[in-house]
Design a protein around this ligand. Structure first.
Ligand code: GDP
Ligand code: MG
Length: 355
């Protein structure tokens, strides 16, 4: 035990020995973080046409926003990744990892399609975070040229799907909504017809229904074709080589959060948050990234750190490799674990985290 502690202190010196004071010490960094990570896929007319992009575009160029809405775990991130063709959002076998509006950008010579991956909506919001998620999801609607209501047909419709459908009827009456029946690979023929009908009954006013498997890629071409019909003529909103508007800070935080979830299944369900406090290039060309993993309870700290710091090391190593793949360069990752009780319920702290 003693040895473990020593090892842990080596890995995470400040956090294990001295407790607290992170808030004052890193206030400036947090402000910087907020400045860099703020904003979502908001139409900013002023920023739309820059550097003569318009002149290179063919006549009839289309562009627009596609909002994905649906409860956690139905496959929204998987779908965006498959449509954009590169990993831009976080896929998890457990819900609620997409807390921010993460977008993917698909640019082709004739069009640009921008995906807004809305945070999940929950049946019973126990925390303020869930209220924020619903608010964010609703806020995504006016930006959208087309809304995808994504459901998982391997399961029956739940209350939350009725809530979403009502939300869409009330708040998105003038927007085209496409019902996307995902995970058809998981569906048995016997129940398929009734299952489709049950979902279709939720949203009589929709413009269409499409059955897909985001995971296996089934029918995604058809979905893509369908989406194109909803995009108005317009300019490129982003440079052609940009696939997300997330900052590197943000992407690093998401990759770390994903690794934490992967290795702490059950023990740390959704009580971990990640704050990237430093991200800069060192003289040798290596990207230096310092991040804190926030957990809610003291008892959760050793769960994330693991025996002898082994788990934290594995989490860090995996997140680092993912990040290196993403940015195409070397990364040095400094990971600390810190206890912040009830961070979920505190609006100010949520804002610090960029929610
Ligand atoms: P989100 O929370 O809606 O963004 O869902 P994710 O994209 O993170 O997916 C949640 C889980 O469902 C992951 O384990 C995915 O691999 C899985 N998944 C997504 N789409 C499909 C699908 O079409 N078929 C199957 N079998 N699994 C899927
Ligand atoms: Mg997601």
């Amino acid at each position: 035990m003693q040895m473990d502690d020593e090892l842990q202190s080596q890995m995470v010196p400040e956090e294990i020995t001295g407790d607290d004071d992170a808030s004052t010490e890193s206030e400036a960094l947090i402000e910087q973080f907020l400045a860099e990570s703020g904003g979502g896929a908001v139409r900013d007319e002023g920023a739309v046409v820059a550097g003569g992009w318009d002149q290179e575009l063919p006549p009839g160029h289309q562009s627009g926003f596609v909002a994905l809405i649906g409860r956690p775990n139905v496959g929204k991130s998987t779908m965006v990744n498959a449509l954009v063709g590169r990993k831009v959002t976080i896929v998890s076998s457990k819900p609620q990892t997409t807390r921010n509006r993460v977008i993917g950008i698909l640019t082709e010579p004739n069009y640009q399609m921008i995906f807004i991956d809305t945070p999940g909506i929950h049946e019973r919001p126990p925390h303020q975070m869930n209220k924020i998620m619903i608010r964010e999801a609703v806020a995504a609607i006016p930006d959208a040229d087309v809304i995808l209501f994504v459901v998982d047909v391997s399961a029956r419709p739940r209350d939350v799907e009725e809530t979403i459908a009502r939300l869409l009827r009330e708040k998105a009456a003038k927007r085209p909504v496409l019902l996307v029946l995902n995970k058809i690979d998981q569906l048995t023929l016997r129940v398929a017809k009734a299952r489709f009908a049950a979902y279709e009954a939720l949203l009589p006013g929709r413009v269409g229904t499409i059955q897909v498997s985001a995971l296996e890629g089934t029918n995604l071409d058809a979905l893509h074709e369908r989406l194109l019909t909803f995009l108005p003529e317009g300019p490129r909103y982003y440079p052609g080589d940009q696939i997300t508007d997330q900052t590197e800070h943000h992407i690093a935080a998401e990759l770390i959060r994903e690794a934490v979830f992967r290795y702490t299944y059950r023990e740390i369900p959704h009580s971990a948050a990640v704050l990237v406090e430093d991200y800069h290039e060192r003289d040798n060309g290596v990207q230096y990234v310092a991040a804190r993993i926030w957990v809610e309870r003291e008892s959760q700290k050793p769960i994330v750190i693991g025996k002898g710091g082994r788990l934290l090391k594995r989490i860090g190593s995996e997140a680092r490799q993912e990040l290196e793949r993403f940015i195409g360069g070397k990364v040095y990752l400094d990971l600390w674990v810190k206890v912040k009780p009830n961070w979920r319920d505190e609006m100010a702290r949520l804002r610090e985290l960029g929610f």
